[in-house]
Write a protein that binds this ligand. Structure first.
Ligand code: AHR
Length: 324
């Protein structure tokens, strides 16, 4: 009888043991499991060391935070970016990140994103739209100010006189438009400095070299300085100047924008004179911003990355601590 009672009690205890609810058990994506954030990122391409650093920062930070990042490289074409955004909308992503190749032509696709209620975050470059509500926020440097900083530094180094050739970035892109504008604006203070030639080299090193070769061929005795809208084009121009025996960094001054590792190496070697930093390490601030938007917090329409100028005087000291 005693044995019977013990057995009955055992059956009762085992029967009452609480099993974890199926939704809460490990590895089960039931209703209470946290959903991974899905972000679509349409990147311009890989035209420069700066852009590669930006991609690495945005991808790396997504990985760290467990975010599912859908990455699309547009290879420098706006049409590819529009296609990528449409595909992100169709997939129902939680947010769209866009580094726009050019400033205009975004209204139709951004209207589609707005209709789908997906926030659009612009990184590194702005756009021109009649309705500012088509994007949520922009995180970028002040390109006009970068151009001004380059001009003021160069003018002083040139003794406020001489001829400059300009290598522009991608035609129609915000950094090409604004860096030109800021540079020209600041040069008004120095009437004895002239921009004698100006052409796009699409932010690429190979094209920077090609365009500089053409400038040298057409008027080599009339070039005192080069202003390049990014470091990659400046590095290409330095190669062209070296090959033409024109002594870059000394007989021909060279100033550019971005402050990538290669620019510091060229400054240490005495070939590049100065570079204005444009910070590409967007990952952390980008995902913090997306988290705020999703939490319903108000974010500023524009968050400015702070930039500074580096020249040969500090290059050797600073190069070791550069992150890109
Ligand atoms: O939009 C930022 C610019 O784009 C960088 O200065 C340049 O290197 C790039 O490709």
């Amino acid at each position: 009888m005693k044995q019977l009672i013990v057995a009955a009690l055992l059956v009762f205890v085992v029967g009452c043991k609480k099993e974890p609810a199926p939704e809460a058990s490990a590895g089960n994506a039931g209703p209470t499991a946290e959903k991974k954030l899905v972000v679509g990122f349409s990147q311009v391409g890989a035209e420069s060391a700066w852009r590669t650093a930006e991609t690495k920062s945005i991808r790396g930070e997504a990985e760290k935070r467990g975010i599912n990042l859908k990455f699309a490289d547009a290879q420098g074409k706006q049409a590819n970016q529009i296609m990528a955004i449409r595909s992100f909308i169709a997939q129902g992503v939680d947010a769209i990140v866009l580094a726009p190749v050019v400033e205009t032509g975004w209204e139709p696709v951004l209207l589609e994103a707005k209709a789908a209620n997906i926030p659009v975050i612009l990184v590194d470059r702005g756009i021109k739209v009649t309705d500012e509500s088509l994007y949520t926020t922009l995180i970028a440097s002040d390109f006009v100010e970068e151009g001004r900083m380059a001009a003021d530094w160069l003018a002083k180094k040139m003794g406020e006189k001489g001829n400059v050739v300009e290598l522009q970035g991608t035609t129609g892109s915000a950094p090409a438009i604004d860096r030109k504008k800021g540079f020209e604006e600041a040069l008004k203070k120095y009437p004895n400095i002239a921009i004698v030639k100006s052409q796009s080299a699409d932010f690429s090193r190979a094209k920077g070299k090609e365009v500089m070769e053409a400038f040298i061929k057409s008027d080599r005795n009339n070039i005192n300085a080069v202003y390049a809208h990014n470091d990659d084009m400046a590095l290409g121009a330095i190669q062209a100047l070296d090959e033409a025996g024109m002594n870059p960094g000394k007989d021909v001054l060279v100033v550019s924008i971005d402050a990538v590792k290669g620019a510091f190496e060229a400054m240490v070697a005495g070939k590049l004179n100065a570079t204005v930093e444009c910070n590409p390490l967007m990952g952390p601030i980008l995902y913090d911003t997306i988290a705020k938007i999703r939490a319903g917090e108000k974010v500023p329409k524009y968050t400015q990355n702070k930039d500074q100028l580096f020249d040969q005087t500090t290059a050797a000291q600073v190069i070791g601590s550069r992150e890109y």
